[in-house]
Ligand binder design. Structure first.
Ligand code: NAD
Ligand code: UDP
Ligand code: UDP
Length: 338
């Protein structure tokens, strides 16, 4: 049976993932499930740039070939159309498991979080790969602790409309820890807070993409409820840095990866107005059931153990996303000038 240390050619006793002094790190074989999606494609860019071989496994449920097309023809890059709900045989060193129907429009009635995670853990166990789960701040539900620490167990409705997503991820965390404790699989767990940036799905209903697309299309910004609920928005490059540090580091986690800057939805609408169109109108709509009232990560653990913290503020990151959205909504001729 392979262990992760053997895979990387290290003696046992060497800290996992630590490169012995003076030795050049050999390129790893890394699978990224959901790698054609928003976060996954940015992660793939960084891994390829680092010199690793990357296999993207994606069923294009919400992902797009366009997100990874610039790697076609690179011998270090492979793209497999596959649903992770079905078993998969590969030989790899690391698994970044991102595949997930991640938006409210798509996540209902989908077994990816449970069955897909089980399959990828089975794969990790068989080949001795290190496995990283991208869990979510939604495991905290409508939190009774603020900001949320990793030690908080959450306040989740098991039978609500959002349960398939948040309970699905909670189950995925459980499976991950069971494979770690029971089968000795090397695992890492990230709890990701709301993230935005270029390549985000334009019409999947998340608030940042909705507001940006609406402002660009000269439609009113749809604020759900009274708009006083809060979220903390992280720029995608900060998240990718955190995921890679977590994978390469020595700690299982879970780790909160998010930007502690907290905004109400009305404040977010204002930042979008400032960035795109000061005349954009706001329209109030009824809120969805079980919408968490507030959310903000406590990132002390990631700071201390991963040496990580986000660097890009909302006001710096939003314009970078706006130029990408402008291009995708209107085509190349309107590119630039955000
Ligand atoms: P995304 O929808 O852009 O990416 C998910 C990818 O998974 C897509 O490419 C999709 O086609 C693929 N996929 C879905 N089901 C699949 C299946 N059964 N088999 C194979 N591929 C499948 O979403 P994202 O924002 O990039 O999210 C990536 C991960 O990060 C997800 O696990 C998500 O839960 C987690 N996350 C994201 C955020 C955020 O704000 N973006 C917040 C918390 C957690
Ligand atoms: N699995 C997979 N690829 C592998 C190894 C396993 O997709 O390389 C799947 C396997 O089909 C099973 C799941 O992962 O559905 C869990 O595998 P494990 O070996 O842990 O459980 P078992 O098959 O013994 O129930
Ligand atoms: N929201 C909103 N307008 C929209 C979409 C969402 O006001 O057009 C609100 C939503 O009710 C929630 C917050 O924005 O309170 C964040 O929603 P999103 O779906 O982006 O993320 P999540 O709820 O998963 O944190």
């Amino acid at each position: 049976k392979f262990s992760y240390q053997h895979r990387l050619g290290f003696e046992s006793g060497n800290p996992a993932g630590k490169i012995p002094l003076g030795l050049k790190r050999k390129g790893l074989r890394i699978v990224v499930t959901g790698g054609a999606g928003f976060v996954g494609s940015h992660l793939v860019d960084r891994l390829i740039a680092r010199g690793d071989s990357v296999i993207v496994v994606d069923n294009f449920f919400t992902g797009r070939k366009e997100n990874v097309m610039h790697h076609f023809g690179n011998p270090n890059f492979e793209l497999i159309r596959h649903d992770v709900v079905e078993p998969l045989l590969l030989e790899v060193d690391q698994i970044y498991h991102l595949a997930c129907p991640a938006s409210p429009v798509h996540y209902k009635f989908n077994p990816t979080n449970v069955v897909g995670t089980l399959n990828m853990l089975g794969l990790a166990k068989r080949v001795g790969a290190r496995f990283l789960l991208t869990s979510t701040s939604e495991v905290y539900g409508d939190p009774l602790q603020h900001p949320q620490k990793e030690t908080y167990w959450g306040n989740v409705n098991p039978i609500g409309v959002r349960s398939c997503y948040d309970e699905g991820k909670r189950t995925a965390e459980t499976l991950t820890m069971d494979y770690h404790r029971g089968a000795g699989v090397e695992v890492r767990i990230a709890r990701i807070f709301n993230t935005y940036g270029p390549r985000m799905c334009i019409d999947d209903g998340r608030v940042v993409s909705n507001f940006v697309a609406q402002a660009l299309r000269k439609e009113p910004l749809t604020v759900y409820g009274d708009g006083k609920q809060t979220r903390s928005f992280q720029y995608v490059s900060d998240l990718v840095e955190g995921l890679m540090r977590l994978m390469e580091g020595e700690h299982v986690g879970p780790f909160n990866l998010g930007n502690p800057g907290e905004f109400t939805m009305l404040e977010l609408a204002e930042v979008v107005q400032e960035t795109i169109d000061p005349n954009a109108k706001i329209e109030f709509r009824p809120n969805t059931e079980d919408d968490p009232h507030k959310r903000k990560p406590d990132i002390a653990r990631a700071k201390e153990m991963l040496g990580w913290e986000p660097k890009v503020s909302l006001r710096k990151g939003l314009p970078l996303m706006v130029s990408d959205f402008r291009q995708r909504i209107f085509g190349d001729h309107k590119e630039g000038g955000s």
